[in-house]
Design a protein around this ligand. Sequence first.
Ligand code: NAD
Ligand code: 0WE
Length: 261
Amino acid sequence: MFLKDKKILITGLANKYSIAAGIAHAMHREGASLAFTYQNERMLKNLAPIANELGSSILIECDVSSDDSIKKSFTQLKKHWDTFDGFVHSIGFAPADQLLGDFVDVTTREGFKIAHDISSYSFTALAKAAKPMLNDSSALLTLTYLGAMQSLPNYNVMGLAKASLEANTRFLAASLGSDNIRVNAISAGPIKTLAASGVKNFRKMLSQHSERAPLGRTVTSEEVGNVAAFLCSDYASGITGEITYVDAGFNTAAMPLNDKG
Ligand code: NAD
Ligand code: 0WE
């Protein structure tokens, strides 16, 4: 129970397939008290039963594209928790037209702006809003993807936004370190979630991942959740500003082994 007595806010839980759901399960198992934010009312139907299962009745609307919504959500949270011990940022978005086709052809100023606003700036914005309520030894966590470091088809402007999010993790870590608040990211391998469901050739990506990854498979949200729970626990008290890969080793192998070795 390494998160006993920790109060953690979880964002981005859209349904049971969300990476945030795997994280919430692991954190609940390790003894954390949880609160949840959701993007809009449509998300409540799937979130409410999961939150209930995890012993939480703190459900707060927060659309990170709006400063007003962020502000109101922390005013709401304050009614339940005077202080807390960290949050998980599991939010990413680019308009669908940005994620299909050649990067140079499909990327627009507006698409770039939205992707960076929702996928990177929102982490800074939530840290800013949460700061007055965060206890000593708090931990913030975000979710990133290999597309921040290496190009791949169709991920396009999301790769740029994830690169920004990873730099954001390091700058937040530097900024909040003096308050003993740690800030880390998990770079997860591809997982079939709602955000991945509309992506062209996603199944092919999952099989190619399994072929190249040293472990010969993809990862689950539960495996991401276990590492998330560790990074937000006091066992990780010496880790901040770090990007931890939970990808079955995919990023460490340039070419797969095959039958011939
Ligand atoms: P998901 O669709 O379950 O979660 C994405 C969440 O973002 C949803 O809950 C959605 O409501 C939220 N969101 C989008 N716009 C928002 C806004 N304006 N305000 C508030 N919330 C908003 O998909 P997921 O795969 O679990 O994604 C979670 C995170 O993990 C994302 O940052 C994603 O980039 C990252 N990630 C996903 C994969 C993957 O293969 N699925 C791999 C690595 C990293
Ligand atoms: O970060 C992600 C998901 C990002 C995402 C997905 C969508 C689909 C629906 C952001 N915005 C949207 N907007 C929508 O309208 N991943 C790491 C999963 C993912 O998405 C891809 C991938 C992978 C992997 C998109 C193209 C190529 C690969």
